[in-house]
Design a protein around this ligand. Sequence first.
Ligand SMILES: NC(=O)c1ccc[n+]([C@@H]2O[C@H](COP(=O)([O-])OP(=O)(O)OC[C@H]3O[C@@H](n4cnc5c(N)ncnc54)[C@H](OP(=O)(O)O)[C@@H]3O)[C@@H](O)[C@H]2O)c1
Length: 267
Amino acid sequence: MTRIAVVGASGRMGLNLIKAVVASDKVALTVAISRPGSPAVGRDAGELAGIAAAGVQVVDELAAVLDQFDVLIDFTRPDASMAFIEICRKAGKKMVIGTTGYSDAQKAEITGASRDIGIVMAPNMSVGVNLSLKLLALTAKVMGDYTDIEVIEAHHRHKVDAPSGTALRMGEVIAKSLGRDLKDCAIYGREGHTGERDRKTIGFSTIRAGDIVGEHTVMFADEGERVEINHKATSRMTFANGAVRAAVWIKDKQNGLYDMQDVLELT
Ligand SMILES: NC(=O)c1ccc[n+]([C@@H]2O[C@H](COP(=O)([O-])OP(=O)(O)OC[C@H]3O[C@@H](n4cnc5c(N)ncnc54)[C@H](OP(=O)(O)O)[C@@H]3O)[C@@H](O)[C@H]2O)c1
C-alpha cells in the first residue's frame, strides 16, 4: 500500500485529494499538511474534507513527518511547492505535482530535482484532458498548417494564473506538432486595432467566472469548416483521482520527470 502525504490539505484540491486517497484501496493517507497558523492544523483530515474521520491529524511541518509517507502530492502554489520539492529531494521522496503557474526558472529547478527523485508533474491530471492532448497533436498534424488555431479556457473566479496551465500545455503540444515554438507564436488576448490574424499564431482567450471547474476548447478554423476539441471538468475529483493514479504509478519508477501521458501510457 503506497503511503500518501497531501500538502495544501485545506485547499480546494487538497480536500478532494484527501477524499480520493481515502476512497482508494491502493493508497493510504498517512500525512496531511497545512501551513502554520491554518485553522486546519490539529483537525482530523477526513473530517476536514467532510468525510468520516481518517485517523490522520493535519500537521504544519513536512520535515517532521518524512518517515511517514512514500509519495507526496502537491497542489498548492509555486513558491510553497518549491520548498516542498527541496525537502522531498533531500529526503529522496517521490512526488506528484499538480500545481500550475511556475516560472521558467522554477521549472528548470524541478527538472533538476527529478535527477534525484521520481516526479510526475502535469498541469491537468484528468484522463479526458490527457486524451485530448493526443487528439490535439493529431489534429494539428492534419489541419494545423492551414487553419486558425484558438485555445479558449474558462475557470472559477479564484484561479490566480492565466492562461491555465492546461491551456498552455495544449498550446505547446500543438506548436510542437507544427514544428513551432509556442514562445514565438502565442497571442495572449487581443485589444484595439490588432490588424488581421496571422495564420502562424496560436491565440489564447481566458474566462474567469463563478464556480467553473475547468473548461477548454481548441478550435482549428478554416473557411467552410472547423474542428473543435472540447473538454469540460465538472468535479475536482477527476484531477484528484488522476493524482492518486499517478502516485501509485510513480512508487516503483526510477528518478526522472514524468507526466500523465506516461502514467496513462499515451506516449
Ligand atoms: N494538475 C491539475 O490537474 C490541477 C487541477 C486543479 C488545480 N490545479 C492547480 O492546483 C493548485 C491549487 O489549486 P486550488 O484550487 O486547490 O487552490 P487553493 O484552494 O487556493 O489551495 C491552495 C493550497 O495551497 C496552500 N498554500 C498556499 N501557499 C502556501 C504556502 N506558502 N505554504 C503552504 N501551503 C500553501 C493553501 O493553504 P491555505 O489554505 O492555508 O492558504 C491551500 O491549501 C493551483 O496551482 C491550480 O492551478 C491543478
